[in-house]
Write a protein that binds this ligand. Structure first.
Ligand SMILES: Cc1cc2nc3c(=O)[nH]c(=O)nc-3n(C[C@H](O)[C@H](O)[C@H](O)COP(=O)(O)OP(=O)(O)OC[C@H]3O[C@@H](n4cnc5c(N)ncnc54)[C@H](O)[C@@H]3O)c2cc1C
Length: 496
């Protein structure tokens, strides 16, 4: 394991007298192509210990809902099947009554020589990790499997995508990531199989519906029909993208349309829950775009920082990889460097803050409350369509997401209230919400990672402005609006 990915979370020893190494699967919810799982296997082999994998699902996480719960549980059932195939000890726990999970993980850690977990930098995970690190007697290591380049390689947060792009291209040239992602075979894991006694609370319920019925969710958000969590579905999305959409990524990606006609991958929910690895997507895309003939020599070594031409001779492929690596990583790096617990507008650059002081009291033609936004009752048909898509499908097209965020800034009482509304709606409804890119995506609407734009505008000042009128001119929206009409026609109310 590359030590650049390993963070020691407490000053406690590895206890060689204990029977197992524990992998606490928190964010990257898969066995294959997973840096943290690989590290745990390696440690178990070195220490000659059994390996236990613990995956928990608590009831009370912020923005909990039937939608998110069902999605995660589908992945857990698949993990059980994969663990059985590999013959490893997988200990899932699903909390169904208040506090029934309290102290469970700490108890399981009592028999661990060392605990390994995921160094995901956002939401409840950093706090859960630091709390466990204090409570247990053995060493806790968290592994950065967030991207193809270990985030510790970057000197600081990047203030713009062009800066991070250059750093990434230079790092990749120095040391190309190993293209052989680990897809495990039973034989590879023979040495770490064990028979430690499980806690009686461990085990999956008989069915997902049985769990869902028992939990008093704080948010009433229904699962979306035909949307399924888990690794198999992630790999299916990747395959479909390669075969049908990658070639169109350059020309059609930004055009809002019904999902089957949108040239994007749809992978963000699967990346968020860790059912597919960055390296898997990265190599699959490079291989596909060069008909299997790609190798690191095919990178454009003279042009680090060149978005169009760097990775492969295919411009569409380069654009996709730039979103997957530069734009995704800029959000992960933003969180990973400081792990801020509370994200708010103080994280914006000084030029934006000065701008907002100047325009704080500007006149606003429309003002809406959270309830009006949530039920898609604004004067603007395009904005309402985007919000309806989010509520009904748990997704929103990237271009619409940018417009959606900008308009909430324009139509809210204050900048702070706009941020809170966007955070709430995005994290409540989106399958990919509660992610570093949720926050950096929202803050981008406020000017993060962007530059000043001219002329200076009402409310926005020099922050980039977007309008529904120009969106209508830029794209043919008929098919998208028809799709949204079909979605809302299926239900009498936006609220399930
Ligand atoms: C207001 C707002 C909120 C957002 N909230 C989220 C969120 O909650 N979760 C989330 O993952 N992304 C968020 N984004 C970023 C972006 O909209 C989504 O990542 C993208 O739409 C996902 O669709 P896809 O998987 O089909 O992307 P594709 O175009 O197929 O791209 C592949 C992958 O690259 C990454 N990516 C693509 N575009 C961006 C981008 N602009 N910024 C960062 N990463 C990107 C994603 O991981 C994505 O899955 C937000 C953007 C905005 C403006």
């Amino acid at each position: 394991m590359n030590s650049e990915r390993v963070r020691v979370c407490n000053e406690k020893p590895i206890d060689a007298n204990k029977p197992y190494v524990l992998y606490w699967m928190q964010a990257y919810r898969r066995f294959d192509a997973n840096h943290a799982f690989s590290h745990a296997v390696q440690l178990a082999k070195e220490l000659k210990k059994e390996l236990i994998v613990y995956e928990g699902l608590r009831m009370d996480y912020p923005w909990n809902s039937e939608r998110i719960h069902q999605f995660i549980l589908e992945g857990m059932f698949e993990n059980q099947t994969r663990a059985d195939e590999l013959g490893i000890q997988y200990w899932p726990f699903v909390e169904t009554s208040e506090n029934s999970g309290k102290g469970l993980l700490k108890d399981i850690c009592k028999d661990a020589a060392v605990v390994v977990t995921d160094d995901f930098p956002c939401f409840i995970i950093p706090k859960q990790t630091s709390q466990l690190a204090k409570k247990i007697q053995c060493q806790l290591l968290s592994i950065d499997g967030n991207s193809i380049i270990p985030l510790s390689r970057f000197p600081k947060q990047a203030s713009a995508a062009r800066i991070l792009r250059l750093w990434i291209h230079k790092e990749i040239q120095k040391d190309f990531p190993n293209p052989n992602v680990t897809i495990w075979k039973k034989e590879d894991l023979m040495g770490v199989k064990g028979n430690s006694k499980t806690n009686p609370k461990i085990g999956l319920p008989k069915s997902i519906s049985e769990v869902i019925k028992r939990i008093p969710f704080q948010n009433q958000v229904s699962p979306v029909k035909n949307v399924k969590g888990g690794r198999k579905e992630a790999l299916r999305f990747l395959d479909e993208f390669l075969k049908q959409k990658l070639n169109l990524y350059l020309t059609k990606r930004s055009e809002p349309n019904r999902p089957e006609l949108t040239a994007t991958s749809g992978l963000s929910p699967y990346l968020h829950f860790g059912w597919i690895g960055l390296e898997e997507i990265f190599y699959a895309v490079l291989k596909h775009s060069t008909k299997g003939k790609w190798n690191p020599e095919r990178m454009s070594h003279e042009k680090p920082g060149d978005r169009e031409n760097f990775y492969s001779p295919s411009v569409a492929c380069n654009h996709f990889l730039d979103e997957l690596i530069t734009w995704r990583d800029i959000g992960y790096l933003f969180f990973w460097k400081d792990k801020p617990e509370n994200i708010n507008l103080n994280h914006l650059p000084d030029w934006v803050k000065a701008n907002f002081v100047k325009h704080n009291n500007d006149h606003k033609e429309y003002l809406y409350t959270l309830e009006q936004f949530e039920s898609a009752k604004t004067h603007d048909e395009i904005w309402n369509a985007a919000q309806t898509e989010l509520v009904h499908t748990g997704r929103m097209h990237n271009y619409m997401r940018m417009l959606w965020g900008k308009k909430v800034i324009e139509w809210s009482k204050s900048y702070e209230e706009a941020f809170q509304i966007l955070e709430h709606l995005n994290n409540k409804y989106a399958y990919d919400g509660r992610n570093p890119n949720s926050y950096t995506g929202i803050l981008w609407c406020f000017g993060l990672f962007d530059r000043p734009w001219f002329p200076e505008r009402n409310v926005f000042g020099n922050v980039r402005f977007m309008s529904s009128e120009s969106t209508k001119k830029k794209f043919k929206l008929n098919s998208y609006l028809e799709y949204i009409g079909e979605l809302s026609g299926k239900s009498n109310s936006l609220f399930p």
